[in-house]
Design a protein around this ligand. Structure first.
Ligand code: GLU
Length: 447
């Protein structure tokens, strides 16, 4: 295969799908060399098949807001690849959601899920519904209307959605309630990220952030460093940032900045337990304003409008919010301030320019599909508990999460170690994930 030819073809077909093309290019450039050593992949046209989703459901979602006005949004489910298991991946509710965004996320999910060691295919879904400023009742009515269309496409052995940006435990509850009503099936395994009393796994809410910090520790240890005493800047204040702040603090790091779409909150003394708890309140408020942290903790947290977390001097940068939230200029600013490690916790959080800037400077960099895989991995553990009708203790889940993150790190080292001895985590994660899915597709024939 020639990446340039495949990309030219995709650009002709999907020229306006920028995020999707960006995600595909990154993976193909990473795997090109290894792929070309496997003529059997070439013969089965694995690359041409793996870049296209199996199918995409698109549907209209109409609902009534608190003023009694009818609103209409678009809903989607992208079933990307099922070679190694049922489709698995979150739902994103955000005003900027497009098919391109969900295709990129579904594509990434396919390789991420392969890295987890668990049998899960890749999927993603969501809506251009904007949760900002919505009441709980509006969120509920929207989730119910969304499920009116989705219920027939999903199932514990078929496709298992979960949370993502804009979808947390509250939304999963509303979605699950409507699912049981429509499907008259009460298998809790149809969704993950559920409440602890109705099939949810202990530690699932924390898992993405915890897993990301376990992975960061492996990256640091491999480079002869430790997170204890390091300063950390992170973006976002949703579920992922919350778990990351909790674990980073527990491991002895100092979280000195969090950010939101409105600006950055600097916390020179390091984030406290009360502040971390308050992140949950901020998320539940649907205000989407990080300034609220500074209002709640005046003196300890200082808000600056319009600035990103990447303007704050730190050892370790952890993007935890959205794709392309850290660009080439941000990367340069971080480097100028002495940052020596960036672990992407959000999906495709760094632009290609930012990744190149970090790699050229020789600092530690690891990509989202490895770093954040602990979230979906723990969803996989939730599916297992649901299937065997048992609930594991927090300690059991945490032990398994540790093992999974360690396995992902080892896979990255196996496939990403370069002739000079340094580990290219982007290559490592992409090749390891790809090889597993490609091999499964090959063995299952042309379907
Ligand atoms: N949305 C998360 C991700 O990007 C979790 C998906 C899941 O738990 O299925 O991996």
């Amino acid at each position: 295969m020639k990446v340039s030819e495949i990309m030219a073809n995709l650009e002709r077909k999907y020229g306006h799908e920028k995020e999707y093309l960006q995600a595909v290019r990154e993976v193909l450039e990473s795997i090109e060399e290894v792929y070309n050593q496997h003529p059997e992949f070439e013969k089965a046209k694995i690359v041409e098949r793996i870049v296209e989703p199996d199918r995409i459901f698109t549907f209209r979602v109409s609902w009534v807001d608190d003023k009694g006005e009818v609103q209409t949004n678009l809903g989607y489910r992208v079933q990307f690849n099922s070679a190694i298991g049922p489709y698995k991946g979150g739902l994103r509710f955000h005003k900027a959601v497009t098919p391109s965004m969900l295709k990129f996320l579904g594509f990434e999910q396919t390789f991420k899920n392969a890295l987890t060691t668990l049998p899960m295919g890749g999927g993603k879904g969501g809506s251009d519904f904007d949760p900002v400023g919505k009441s709980d009742a509006e969120i509920m009515r929207f989730c119910q209307a969304f499920m009116l269309e989705l219920w027939n496409c999903i199932g514990p052995d078929q496709d298992v959605p979960a949370g993502d940006v804009g979808v947390g435990g509250r939304e999963i509850g509303f979605l699950y309630g409507m699912y049981t009503k429509l499907a008259r099936r009460y298998n809790v395994g149809v969704l993950t990220g559920k409440g602890a009393t109705w099939g949810g796994s202990i530690l699932r809410p924390e898992a993405t952030g915890y897993g990301a910090l376990y992975f960061t520790q492996h990256v640091l240890h491999k480079a002869g460093k430790d997170i204890k005493g390091c300063t950390v800047a992170l973006s976002g204040f949703g579920n992922v940032a919350w778990g990351a702040a909790l674990k980073a603090t527990e491991l002895g790091a100092k979280v000195i900045a969090i950010s939101g779409p409105d600006g950055v909150c600097e916390i020179p003394g390091g984030i406290t337990k009360e502040m971390i708890d308050y992140m949950l309140v901020m998320r539940a408020s649907n205000r989407n304003k990080v300034e609220d942290m500074a209002t709640q903790f005046p003196g300890a947290a200082k808000f600056t409008a319009g600035k990103k977390a990447w303007s704050v001097k730190c050892d370790i940068a952890l993007p935890c919010a959205f794709q392309n939230e850290l660009n080439g200029d941000d990367a340069k600013e971080l480097l100028a301030n002495g940052t020596w490690c960036c672990c992407e916790v959000s999906n495709m959080g760094c632009t290609p320019e930012a990744i190149k800037t970090f790699q050229d400077a020789g600092i530690l960099f690891a990509p989202g599909k490895a770093v954040n895989a602990g979230g979906v991995a723990t969803s996989g553990l939730e599916m297992t508990q649901n299937a065997i009708h048992l609930g594991w203790s927090g300690a059991e889940v945490d032990e398994k999460l540790h093992y999974i993150m360690e396995s992902i790190h080892s896979a990255c080292v196996k496939y990403g170690t370069q002739p000079d001895g340094h580990v290219d985590y982007v290559k490592g994660a992409n090749i390891a994930g790809f090889m597993k899915v490609a091999q499964a597709m090959l063995e299952q024939g042309t379907i």
